[in-house]
Design a protein around this ligand. Structure first.
Ligand code: SF4
Ligand code: MG
Length: 328
């Protein structure tokens, strides 16, 4: 398919400073450390990794909520990092975000109706006298009663609040949505409902998603392709089935070891890797392969040379010295 979003060598480093009057730079949190991937029109790319791996920061840097330290974010061929604030404001309606915490992301003092109509007003999309009607339509689209428009966020359950967040994102008629752990704060029984809703909306409105999660089981159903992140880098990216059935990177294998597989044949032949130790700090990440401090296969070369991110065939990318052309 056509490429909608093309992220090239994206870096997001947050400087660490000391001193109150004379600040000096003492280091940087290397939250996103050279990330490259494309998202095709109409697909869902799952982005998975443990907390602190840089996946949310990647999503925010794509939407220019953070100004990337380096790299390009091409949306329909236009580099968002080059736009000034005014140009980006106009662009923003096409790129929306659904947040993890439906409690914190909705203003408690605003009615549901004003929350959902705010993007229409900001982007001048719907004439004022037609906004109420549009709000009611959007509420129905996300499976809520249109009369909820006059109520306040605290009157709703977590799942209903996330539907309100989805309606707000849709209000701008976006093409691309970053869903940042949209179901992590919800009861397991509600998670599937929200994922199904997002899939229905994708079909109905030809949406493209970057779906962020910390757990591979959450993105399995909804993703066409999945990218796995570790300490600011994408270590593996592949079609959904290839990633779950034939993972290449030891870190992906470790994440999958924690996920039950319904197929007993696959379950039997799969390799189990149990991770020990914590994720190292992104302030001074390990040299060479960032994963070498936790990898059961680590070799000498892994401590010194960073593995290249290589297509091992059919668009199955991996950054690991166990595979050909890694640069070792
Ligand atoms: Fe493990 Fe080395 Fe591969 Fe890194 S490059 S994942 S340390 S084998
Ligand atoms: Mg899909």
């Amino acid at each position: 398919g056509e490429i909608l979003l093309d992220v090239r060598d994206l870096y997001m480093h947050f400087p660490l400073t000391r001193g109150i009057i004379f600040q000096r730079k003492v280091g940087a949190v290397q939250a996103v450390d050279g990330v490259t991937f494309q998202v095709r029109k109409g697909e869902t790319l799952g982005l998975v990794g443990e907390s602190g791996c840089g996946k949310s920061t990647t999503g925010r840097a794509i939407l220019q909520l953070y100004k990337p330290t380096a790299g390009q974010v091409l949306f329909k061929g236009q580099d968002l990092t080059k736009l000034d604030a005014g140009q980006m404001r106009k662009m923003r309606r096409y790129l929306q975000m659904i947040f993890q915490d439906p409690y914190a992301s909705l203003n408690p003092r605003m009615t549901v109706g004003s929350i959902i109509s705010e993007p229409m007003q900001i982007h001048n999309l719907v004439p004022k006298n037609q906004r109420n009607e549009r709000v009611q339509e959007l509420l129905e689209t996300v499976g809520l009663n249109p009369y909820f428009a006059n109520r306040y966020p605290h009157e709703f359950s977590g799942g209903q609040r996330q539907r309100i967040g989805v309606a707000r994102a849709l209000a701008a008629n976006p093409e691309f949505i970053v869903a940042d752990e949209p179901v992590s704060a919800l009861d397991v029984s509600i998670q599937a409902q929200i994922i199904n809703l997002l899939e229905d909306l994708q079909e109905q409105f030809q949406l493209t998603y970057l779906f962020i999660a910390h757990d591979l089981s959450v993105v399995r159903h909804i993703s066409d392709r999945v990218a796995v992140m570790y300490l600011g880098k994408i270590v593996e990216l592949a079609d959904r089935n290839a990633l779950y059935e034939d993972p290449l990177h030891p870190y992906t294998k470790a994440l999958l070891s924690a996920v039950p597989i319904p197929d007993p044949v696959v379950e039997k032949k799969r390799e189990r890797i149990i991770l020990t130790g914590d994720v190292p700090s992104p302030i001074n990440p390990p040299s060479g392969c960032h994963f070498h401090t936790r990898c059961p296969y680590a070799m000498d070369v892994c401590r010194t040379i960073e593995p290249r991110f290589v297509d091992q065939g059919g668009g199955h990318f991996v950054a690991c010295h166990l595979y050909p052309n890694s640069g070792a």
